[in-house]
Design a protein around this ligand. Structure first.
Ligand code: 13P
Length: 301
């Protein structure tokens, strides 16, 4: 069933586990996420970036999520990841998203807070949850690229009080993409933020970029030199210190690539897209389950 993300995040926050927020942009990725989460009886967040919307179409993404979550026996939230414009956010709310992110983190504090508050007022009228962001991540993907600037705990408290957001994305040293900076995560900072901020915290740029998946993709021709992610221990420590939402996009992209490359290289007689996509989808589903087990959200519904 399709739910508000506030509901599942607040529960995770109290239970000290995290909900996986997986980026999707087509049917197979969405099936991998919802089927994987269902098999582990875990609540899940399906999220789409603005460029995923450009690729697949907002109405198609909403319809697919509605249909797949309608038959699933787990709570699923449909979340807009890194919403940058008020127009897109309004459209998402009107179209059936149950959760939106307003990312005005590239703006000065007061402006970020004012824009975020405006979105929170708008979204809450429709029972839609809101994630804001304070601080910026390094790296580059669909979303934004930029210089990392870690979140200040005192400002985070003020930001949450001023805006009324339901969830706050914090910058503690992670970065987006498959080539993450070697920075250690600032867990002390995270703990200080969690002490002052009473709502669920989100960790972006959290993919593991696992050696086995990278090696598999490389075995079948991918060139991914210097790919690097967060260790499982870093993610577990972050969850124990207060993170309740963990974003994962790159790990699904790498799994898709590994599965697809293997299939095309080994089964040269295949030409049915459904058969070809099967291995990619199964590789992604394995990744979804691996991440959910890491986040501790299995058997929570
Ligand atoms: P990764 O690139 O580490 O998967 O992070 C994705 C993300 O944070 C989307 O908002």
């Amino acid at each position: 069933m399709l739910v508000n993300s506030r509901l599942i995040l607040n529960k995770a926050d109290k239970g000290r586990y995290a909900i996986g927020a997986f980026n999707v942009s087509n049917l197979e990725i969405m099936q991998a996420v919802i089927e994987g989460a269902s098999e582990l009886r875990s609540p899940v967040i399906v999220q789409t970036s603005e460029s995923a919307i450009k690729y697949a179409g907002m109405q198609n993404l909403v319809a697919m999520t509605r249909n797949l979550s309608g038959t699933a026996k787990i709570p699923v939230a449909l979340h807009l990841d890194h919403g940058k414009t008020i127009e897109t956010i309004k459209k998402a709310i009107e179209s059936g998203y149950t959760s939106v992110m307003i990312d005005a983190s590239d703006q000065p504090f007061e402006k970020n807070a004012a824009i975020t508050k405006r979105i929170a007022l708008l979204a809450h009228k429709k029972e839609v949850s809101v994630e804001g962001e304070l601080g910026t991540l390094g790296g580059k993907e669909d979303y934004v690229s930029g210089r990392a600037e870690l979140t200040d705990p005192g400002m985070a408290k003020e930001f949450v009080e001023k805006t009324g957001v339901d969830c706050l994305a914090v910058a503690i040293g992670t970065s987006h993409g498959a080539f993450k900076a070697a920075a250690r995560l600032d867990i002390k900072r995270l703990k200080k933020i969690k002490k002052l901020v009473k709502i669920p915290l989100a960790l972006h740029g959290a993919s593991g970029v696992y050696r086995d998946i990278v090696a598999k993709a490389e075995k079948y021709g991918a060139k991914l030199e210097s790919a690097k992610g967060n260790s499982d221990t870093e993610i577990q420590v972050s969850i124990a210190a207060g993170v309740s939402k963990v974003n994962t996009d790159t790990d699904l992209r790498l799994s898709f690539t590994a599965g697809l490359r293997k299939c095309l290289k080994e089964k040269t007689n295949l030409f049915d897209p459904r058969e070809i996509m099967k291995e990619a989808k199964n590789e992604m589903k394995r990744m979804v389950k691996r991440r959910i087990i890491l986040f501790g959200s299995s058997n929570k519904c």
